[in-house]
Design a protein around this ligand. Structure first.
Ligand code: SF4
Length: 298
């Protein structure tokens, strides 16, 4: 398993072709058009060719990144599309092995878990809410408010606001269990479906199970069988706030997104977009290669 990515075509492109599409081979006829949320006609732009091996599949595709300055939050549509393609191939692998993905629209059991998100995703979600029509925005904000009030009432809010207390896996598991026991639906969950599905965080995209859906109502490591992924973009993003992937892992629960963004979004750094995407792909490549070495050693 490995990943390579490189800018092509001399860098600047301005022909308005597709943004990011990944194509698994050998099923070459099945092209995964996964980029639809960023301005694909941005001009000038830089095209990256991507090749990533996942088991017997090879994802091939290209990404068109505007040749300008942007925040990491602005790059998220491309990263989300890329993540969907990786998750899609991983899901294909398990279904080819005879198992069935249990996750379906209308099952929101996992949407009562503590959902970790990166700072960039907090900014994106806050801007998404800000752009909603007034009535819907008020309803979503009220759900955030009531969820935070419930967390405060049960003594979790202060701990969640201090991520330094959640550095160990044991601490994170413990608070995750406490959070889930409160059965607080995500503020974006409506009629047991995600109301912001195209914009949902990477963690949500990466959570697919083959265990029975009812097991997700009482999740524990023994009863939940997740689709294994070669790389989790969500976790890479926790370290990528510096634009390089060299910083300590930083995340927050989704329910803190609006309050965090209200205080910090205006301070988000900007980067040359092609460099930012190239750095993220380098991080993916490094991580996937490492996974391959580990498996070979095992
Ligand atoms: S963002 Fe959507 S998918 Fe993620 S937890 Fe909330 S409702 Fe569920």
């Amino acid at each position: 398993m490995g990943a390579v990515a490189r800018p092509v075509g001399g860098g600047i492109q301005a022909d308005g072709a597709s943004g990011l599409g990944l194509r698994p081979t050998p099923e070459a006829a099945t092209r995964r058009e996964i980029m639809g949320l960023m301005d694909q006609n941005a001009s000038p732009s830089v095209v990256f060719k991507i090749e990533m091996v996942v088991g017997e599949h090879t994802l091939e595709g290209s990404a068109r990144v505007p040749d300008g300055i942007m925040r990491l939050a602005d790059l998220l549509p491309i990263l989300q599309g890329f993540d969907d393609a990786v998750v899609g191939v991983a899901a294909d692998k398990v279904t080819e092995a005879g198992r069935t993905i249990s996750c379906q629209a209308g099952c929101g059991a996992c949407c009562r878990q503590l959902v970790p998100i990166s700072r960039a995703e907090a900014v994106q979600l806050a801007e998404l809410v800000e752009g909603m029509p007034a009535e819907r925005q008020a309803a979503v904000r009220e759900r955030f408010r009531s969820t935070l009030a419930a967390l405060a009432e049960h003594g979790l809010l202060a701990r969640l606001r201090r991520p330094g207390l959640l550095k160990t896996l044991t601490a994170r598991r413990k608070i995750g269990e406490e959070y889930f026991r409160l059965s607080l639906p995500c503020p974006f969950l409506e009629e047991e479906s995600c109301s912001i599905y195209p914009h949902r965080p990477l963690t949500c995209r990466e959570y697919l199970v083959t265990s029975p859906a009812e097991n997700c109502r009482e999740p524990c490591p023994d009863t939940i069988e997740k689709v294994p992924l070669p790389v989790k973009f969500s976790e890479l993003l926790y370290t990528f706030g510096d634009g390089f992937g060299a910083q300590a892992s930083r995340w927050m629960p989704l329910v803190l997104a609006l309050e965090w963004a209200a205080r910090h979004a205006c301070k988000e750094p900007v980067f040359p977009a092609p460099q930012l995407f190239g750095n993220f792909l380098a991080l993916v490549s490094k991580t996937v290669k490492k996974a391959q070495v580990q498996r070979a050693a095992g």
